[in-house]
Design a protein around this ligand. Structure first.
Ligand code: SF4
Length: 187
């Protein structure tokens, strides 16, 4: 079993990254180079930190009473498809949490990628495609209008995504302030 994922950031509870309250994992590493990407610090494949599957699973399950699901973002999650598939299967086996996944690959590319079947079998909603700054919309969880939404299970509808706030400010107990969402505020 591949026992580690390279992680950019884990947010225990967010309301601007999918329906309801969700834990969010931003995975580290992306080679897709969308001009205007909002999170270039997540691109280096040797950045972030390597975290064990048990560690990440523990963080998620510690939130299980407060969240309705998890969101996987990046970086490019499908460039770590093998360990991500293992993690998502473990999450689904442990708790009835939903899964939203953002990928920069188009839906056609996703379906040609090797090793993504296990990831897709655990995902409820997948948002696919490069960020295109010229087509920026920032609503319904879409950063730009060229992206496509795929409801892989009946758990959510477009109306659920339309209700997600575009931005949030997260203030952590240690005083750290983070901006999150599809249209994060600039400080
Ligand atoms: S796929 Fe996502 S993380 Fe990668 S460059 Fe594009 S917007 Fe940035």
């Amino acid at each position: 079993m591949i026992a580690q994922l390279r992680l950019h950031h884990f947010e225990p509870a967010s309301r601007a990254n999918g329906p309801g309250t969700r834990s969010v994992l931003w995975l580290q590493g992306c080679t897709l180079s969308c001009p205007g990407c909002f999170n270039p610090l997540s691109h280096p494949r040797d950045g972030g930190s390597l975290c064990s599957m048990d560690e990440i699973l523990g963080w998620i399950l510690a939130q299980r009473e407060q969240i309705e699901g998890i969101t996987i973002s990046g970086g490019e999650p499908l460039q770590q498809a093998a360990p991500l598939g293992v993690l998502l299967r473990a999450v689904k086996q442990a708790a009835p949490l939903s899964v939203v996944l953002f990928t920069g690959f188009t839906w056609a590319e996703v379906n040609r990628l090797p090793g993504v079947a296990e990831v897709l079998s655990s995902v409820d909603v997948l948002l696919a495609g490069r960020y295109d700054a010229a087509k920026r919309v920032a609503s319904g969880l879409l950063g730009s209008s060229n992206k496509s939404v795929h409801f892989l299970t009946p758990r959510y509808t477009k109306a659920d995504l339309d209700r997600v706030p575009e931005a949030e400010i997260l203030i952590h107990p240690d005083g750290e302030i983070r901006f999150s969402g599809i249209e994060p505020l600039q400080w």
